[in-house]
Design a protein around this ligand. Sequence first.
Ligand SMILES: Nc1ncnc2c1ncn2[C@@H]1O[C@H](COP(=O)(O)OP(=O)(O)O)[C@@H](O)[C@H]1O
Ligand SMILES: [Mg+2]
Ligand SMILES: [Zn+2]
Length: 419
Amino acid sequence: MDWSKFFIPTLKEIPIGTEAVSHQLLLRAGLVHMLTSGVYSYLPLGLRVLKRIENIIREEMNAAGAVELFLPVLQPIELWQRTGRDKTLAEVMIRFKDKKNRDMCLGPTHEEVITDLVKGFVQSYRQLPINLYQIQTKFRDEIRPRFGIVRACEFIMKDAYSFDKDKEGLKKSYELMYQAYKNIFKRCRLSPVIIEADSGAMGGDVSHEFLVTAPIGEDEVVLCPACGFASVEGDSRHPGQKCPQCAKEFLEKKTAIELGHVFQLGLKYSSALGANYLDEKGQEKPIVMGCYGIGVSRLIAAIVEMNHDAKGIIWPAEVAPFDVEILVLKTDEPQLMTLARQLEQELARRGLAVLVDERDESAGVKFNDADLIGIPFRVILGKKTLSDKTVEIKNRRSGAVQLVPVASAIEKTAECVGS
Ligand SMILES: Nc1ncnc2c1ncn2[C@@H]1O[C@H](COP(=O)(O)OP(=O)(O)O)[C@@H](O)[C@H]1O
Ligand SMILES: [Mg+2]
Ligand SMILES: [Zn+2]
């Protein structure tokens, strides 16, 4: 892919009115663009990151036995009245009347829709358990959209819903999702703390939140620096108190960003909407539910928040928009352009995504932009390539530079990227 054709509108200056580093860098690197407060476009580079995160999530959800579907955003209020959440979620719900004068909303979440769907399909215990998920846009009229895509009014969530015969089944489904979430965050190079949380408006009893500590976090957790124990603040869990787990260190208070949330819902939605099944004895029982959400678009911001330096983003390999960036410093040298094309083709043949900066810009502009957009490895074709037949391979994270002969450039780059 050529830089000049790819639409990467980088910015030199920090956009005004931005507090979070991730917000600044995502705008400056041309990954997202603000249409209006809380509403963002994903530009080509940002979309590539989004798709890679989505794929990690898909792989882990599928491996855990969940099945993907796609539910409507447009939902009748009548359905929400049956669970009472037209009232409890009134603050965030975007409501309107359509031309047929029907009360509608844009889904802030999908428990009602999925429960209604499953109710019409599941009659017998033989059809359980099932776990259905989607990756979709949610709409929430956030009073205070903040930090760019961290808290937006339109954002992308992966939401999964499990349906079981009984509590035992729910515990198994929950455990599978809990483990899948750990895998997903690990692959995104995030190390969240996991805390037992308040289920709030969702209802149900057990719930866990996955959070990363960061200066821009809107949640607060108390943490043990020694053993990693984490909790919400509460009885015997205050900053300055001895860790209740290891008793070695004192608890500290930190701000944190919520990345994901898993809930054992129990019967709240199935009872309200009449989603029942017939058990082995022919008795009618409500389905036992769980729900599991990850803020997919928020993850992009969280990853940038944890992976950057003064010059720009440093993408972890698995979510990087490209694996390698080739910088051609003298685009008027046909030899260098030919070599760039050869490298691009060969690396692409090995399954690597390659961005070629072939713009007619100064080396300084190209280096700065490369640092800003943060592709893990860059291959530099310049003066030395012509004079000494060498190329430079640079690791964005460590800054380590290797000079390698042109003849082994493909092998060496592939080796660096690890493919
Ligand atoms: N306004 C938002 N913008 C971006 N991501 C969000 C927003 N609200 C929630 N999320 C993400 O969706 C996940 C699941 O949502 P949920 O737990 O229902 O949100 P909340 O805790 O804000 O009520 C959250 O863990 C978070 O990562
Ligand atoms: Mg939550
Ligand atoms: Zn401890």
